[in-house]
Design a protein around this ligand. Sequence first.
Ligand SMILES: Cc1ncc(COP(=O)(O)O)c(C=O)c1O
Length: 415
Amino acid sequence: MLPVVSRASGVFVFDTEGREYLDGCSGAINVNLGHGLPDITQRMHEQLDRVNFVYRTQFRSQPLLELTERLVDLAPGDLNHVEFTNSGSEGIEMALRLVTLLHARKHNPLKCVVLTEEPSYHGMTAGALGASGHPLRRKDLQSLLANQATVTRVRPKNGALRASVEDWQEAVDRIGPARLGAVIIEPVGGAASGAAPCDPEVLRFLRHAADERRFVLVADEVMTGMGRTGRWFGCDHAGITPDVMVLGKGISAGYAAISAVLISDRIVRALDRPVSSLVFGHTMAGAPLAAAAALAVTEYLVTHDLAARAAVAGEHLAGLLKRLCQRHPLVKDVRGTGLQRGLGLHGDPERFPGISLDLTEAARAKGLLVYPAGCTPVTESVLIAPPLRSTDAELDELARRLDGALSCLSPTPVS
Ligand SMILES: Cc1ncc(COP(=O)(O)O)c(C=O)c1O
């Protein structure tokens, strides 16, 4: 049975029995500033006292206007238009609506094929789940996923964790420019691949192909965005600007539910109406309280240059994890970028998912939270992704507890 939470502060969460847990995965890789940061909670209280809700078709709000400006400033290239939703899944759903409407309005309704990668995870709403390359999560839900006829998945070859340029090239050529409407890609993988990074050459290839063949390149930066990987956005590692970028998790760092879809000038120009009148939103989308939280989070991230901190801390963490990999035969490899890391695990293919859940449980018993990941025996892993403000001493403590948990599962570590 799950423990009942009592309170949380910084990288620590406490349950009602008084047990302490070091949050080694920032909740669901979203609590990027740690818990209970007064810089954020105070701004939220102030906003609550002013106005908590107005509907987006009736009023604009100051925090939302400022948040929009901040995101546009941070984002690469011409991603100058922002629409808001409440979750990463809704953001992906909005991107899918946008792509479909764009091609329909340009009289290209046949450009409806959406190419994604397996492994990938794009969310749980029907369109996003339909696009996901996470067979476990799609299992038994096929009848709900209306876009199965139009989604095609690229699969890496030869046991690789991510698809290569050749794999993508083959898929893009096979579908052809008359039918390919969009590609959705995670610059660094999350729940499906255990933080396997995309080769920057793949992102550069897709950018080039999208320009040449007029499809929309959508970057799913729900997990990678806002500094997690050591750059502000995962695409920055490849130096490319996607046409659409979906942000979630780190944008509000767990303080409120909000996500954002950033859209390039090129796409906005290609539509013959204001984007807001086309893609529609949800009741709570961009409401002032969530906007104030996300604005405070974004300002904190920028003021403290936490993307740079994630890069440095990420190297320290990777060193600690590599040592665990050498010590514990159970650990196959260390994956990831910045503070989005994964430990690949040697599991039993007959019992999947198995070892990732066992390790998550053993870690919890040692007072450490990690996130089980992987959608096949090859990708089975745990995500290690602590808050970006973690100190080196906290990362050392994380590794010490993880070592203890691994020792429980493979009792003969190499010393
Ligand atoms: C890459 C990616 N895309 C989309 C989502 C869906 O976001 P949400 O859980 O906020 O709907 C997630 C969530 O884990 C994610 O990691």
